[in-house]
Design a protein around this ligand. Structure first.
Ligand code: ADP
Ligand code: MG
Length: 326
């Protein structure tokens, strides 16, 4: 493009909240053949809300004649095999939420904040956590009321020698609804689950359709679990084969490299600190919305508004079609 065309593009972009970090970036965006979205905060609002609290039935010892399998609701199972009947305390929603929210009070993660707010809305008094520890990509650990509480995914439980299988049916049910389900354990015993849900952005589906219309491949990379990721992908029209889930923060840029391997030129779109290395690795890195400063710094393009359709706009400004129509 001529210097004049580049100036027009840059200026149209600036007027509509699509900021290119330079003329060469503006040139490059039109050559993108693949768009890779982060999920949370990019395709979704990133505003989590606590939707479910599920106590696991621990009042019947699992060792007691296979009682667990005949549990009336089929969804919960006995798990406190070792406990003396007299020593058991009933696990209810409040017990689960109190433990989870008290531990999460130490975390800044959107999943954590939703749990804490949900507990407060339900009038549950929280205990200040001690020895709080963040386990990135997995969950949190803290001492609550003298008990060792863990809140997080299956991997967090397995890494701490807690078998998550008693919660598997409930996990799958919640994840199938596109929710992020988290396990709650106290002193090596599973208490239950909590789940947060996020809303898919209004224009996400339209943006994916517009990219497909332009013959671009559309992918998604997320730290969230496979089932939740696929439910969201389906909702916005991304092929399940193009979904990479359970990607740890430090592995996101490797996942992007794998997509770019056979000479593909990818635009990575993300909002988080998590996404910064992948934004830097991508042919074009795009930070979206109220993205963190770290993401904006690593990116080539910044979309000022929180609208996935602006991804399409950035590409159209680059190839000149937006100027012609305007
Ligand atoms: P994303 O890439 O979607 O932003 P993260 O990498 O931050 O996700 O986290 C990946 C997964 O680790 C989450 O889906 C959740 O299961 C678990 N996790 C992370 N932080 C927390 C937390 N504070 N509490 C509970 N679970 C967490
Ligand atoms: Mg994100």
């Amino acid at each position: 493009a001529t210097p004049a065309a580049t100036m027009v593009g840059t200026s149209i972009g600036a007027q509509t909240g699509v900021l290119f970090k330079g003329g060469d970036i503006l040139e490059r965006a039109k050559d993108v053949d693949t768009v890779v979205f982060d999920k949370t905060g990019t395709l979704t609002e990133g505003e989590m809300e606590l939707t479910d609290v599920v106590p696991l039935d621990s009042t019947r010892p699992a060792t007691d004649g296979g009682d667990a399998e005949t549990a009336a609701d089929g969804g919960t199972q006995a798990i406190r095999g070792e406990a003396e009947p007299g020593a058991e305390t009933e696990i209810n929603e409040e017990t689960v939420l109190h433990a989870a929210a008290s531990a999460e009070a130490g975390s800044e993660h959107p999943l954590a904040q939703a749990i804490v707010e949900g507990a407060e809305e339900r009038g549950i008094d929280l205990t200040d956590p001690e020895n709080f520890e963040n386990v990135p990509g997995h969950g949190v650990r803290a001492t609550v009321d003298g008990e060792e509480v863990l809140v997080g995914n299956r991997k967090l439980m397995r890494d701490n020698d807690i078998d998550p299988s008693a919660a598997e049916d409930e996990l799958e049910r919640l994840e199938g609804e596109g929710k992020t389900a988290m396990l709650v354990a106290s002193n090596d015993t599973l208490l239950g689950l909590v789940a947060d849900a996020d809303t898919v952005k209004e224009s996400a589906k339209e943006a994916v359709a517009a990219l497909h219309e332009r013959d671009l491949a559309v992918h998604m990379i997320t730290g969230d679990n496979e089932r939740t990721a696929r439910a969201v992908a389906e909702e916005v029209g991304i092929d399940p084969d193009n979904v990479r889930a359970e990607v740890l923060p430090e592995d996101k840029s490797d996942a992007l490299d794998a997509i770019q391997q056979d000479g593909r030129r990818a635009m990575m779109v993300g909002d988080g600190v998590n996404d910064a290395p992948a934004l830097a690795t991508a042919y074009v890195g795009t930070a979206i919305g109220s993205g963190t400063d770290v993401a904006i710094e690593a990116a080539d393009v910044t979309l000022m508004r929180d609208d996935p359709l602006d991804v399409v706009k950035a590409i159209r400004i680059s190839d000149g079609t937006l100027q012609k129509i305007k």
